[in-house]
Design a protein around this ligand. Structure first.
Ligand SMILES: Nc1ncnc2c1ncn2[C@@H]1O[C@H](COP(=O)(O)OP(=O)(O)OP(=O)(O)O)[C@@H](O)[C@H]1O
Length: 269
C-alpha cells in the first residue's frame, strides 16, 4: 500500500532564465501535517501549484497519492480532485454565492448528488468547521475574516478529502482567532486522518501543528523534520526565521525543546 501522500523527485522549475527549484526532493507521508516555509520568492506557492497539477515543472516527477501528476489521465486528475481539499489565500469564497452554496459547490460540480444529501453534508461541514446552521444563509460580505476562513475550510472539506492544502491559513487572523483555527485543523486532522500540507509564515502555527517542517531556500529543501532537526542546520534563513527575537520567544515556550542545548554554545545564548 502507498504510504507516501506526496513524492517529489528531481524537481526543476524555471521561468525564463530564473531557476526557482533546482533538483528538489520532498516526501510527505500519509497522516503528516507538513509546513513548508521559506523566504519570499523561494517558490512555496509554485511548489503547491505543481503538486496540484496547476503548473507543470520544467523537469522531475511529482506523485500525489501514488499518481504521477504529469502522466495522469483526465479521469485520474478528476479522482485526485475528489481526494484533496484546498484552502488558498486568494479567492477563498465566491462572493455572489451564499455560505451554503459555496460549500455545496464542489459536491454539485463533481457528483450530481441529490439536493437532500447535499444539504445534510453542508450542515455537517459547517459544524466541523465550527460554524452554526444559521450561517448557511449568510453572504461572504457579511462574514468576519475568521468566519471566511472557516467557510473556506468547510468547502475544502466538502468532498471528504484525504489531503488538505492550506496556503497561509492563519494570515490576517488575530492571535485568538489564529489559535482557534489551529485547534480546529488539529482536531480535524485527528478525527479525519487527514494529511495536511500548508504554507505558512506564522511560527506559532507551524510549531503547534507540524509533524514535519520543510525549509525551502537556495532553490531546494535545505532542512526538513522536527524543529530540533531544523535548528541543527546552519542557514541564514533558518537563523532569521526561527531564532530572530520572535522566534526565540516562541521556541522558549516549547518545554520539550531545549533550544540552548540544540544550538550548542555558539548560538544558544
Ligand atoms: N508564472 C510565473 N512566471 C514567471 N515567474 C514566476 C511565475 N510564478 C512565479 N514566478 C516567480 O517564481 C518565484 C517564486 O514565486 P512563488 O510565488 O512560488 O514564491 P513564494 O515562496 O510563494 O513567495 P511568497 O512567500 O512571497 O508568496 C518568484 O520569483 C516569482 O516571481
Amino acid at each position: 500500500m502507498e504510504t507516501n501522500a506526496i513524492e517529489i523527485r528531481g524537481l526543476w522549475t524555471q521561468f525564463g532564465n530564473h531557476i526557482v527549484h533546482q533538483d528538489l526532493d520532498l516526501t510527505v507521508k500519509k497522516g503528516e501535517i507538513v509546513s513548508i516555509v521559506g523566504g519570499s520568492g523561494s517558490g512555496k506557492t509554485t511548489l503547491l501549484r505543481e503538486i496540484l497539477g496547476l503548473q507543470k515543472p520544467s523537469r522531475g516527477t511529482v506523485k500525489v497519492l501514488g499518481i504521477d501528476i504529469d502522466k495522469a489521465s483526465a479521469s485520474e486528475m478528476r479522482r485526485l480532485d475528489d481526494r484533496w481539499g484546498v484552502l488558498f489565500q486568494q479567492g477563498a469564497l465566491f462572493s455572489a454565492l451564499s455560505v451554503f452554496d459555496n460549500i455545496a459547490l464542489p459536491m454539485r460540480e463533481l457528483h450530481g448528488l441529490p439536493e437532500s444529501l447535499i444539504t445534510n453534508a453542508v450542515l455537517l461541514k459547517l459544524q466541523m468547521a465550527g460554524l452554526s446552521p444559521d450561517d448557511a444563509v449568510k453572504m461572504p460580505a457579511d462574514l468576519s475574516g475568521g468566519m471566511i476562513k472557516r467557510v473556506a475550510l468547510a468547502r475544502a472539506l466538502s468532498l471528504e478529502p484525504d489531503l488538505l492544502f492550506l496556503d497561509e491559513p492563519t494570515a490576517g487572523l488575530d492571535p485568538a482567532l489564529s489559535d482557534s483555527f489551529v485547534d480546529l485543523i488539529s482536531g480535524l486532522h485527528d478525527e479525519l486522518h487527514l494529511t495536511v500540507v500548508m504554507v505558512s509564515h506564522d511560527l506559532d502555527t507551524i510549531l503547534d501543528l507540524s509533524t514535519q517542517i520543510i525549509v525551502l531556500a537556495d532553490k531546494k529543501v535545505v532542512a526538513s523534520g522536527l524543529p530540533e532537526d531544523i535548528l541543527r542546520v546552519r542557514h541564514p534563513f533558518i537563523e532569521n526565521f526561527f531564532l530572530g527575537n520572535r522566534g526565540r520567544k516562541v521556541l522558549a515556550g516549547l518545554s520539550h525543546l531545549n533550544v540552548a542545548k540544540v544550538l550548542g554554545g555558539s548560538n544558544g545564548k
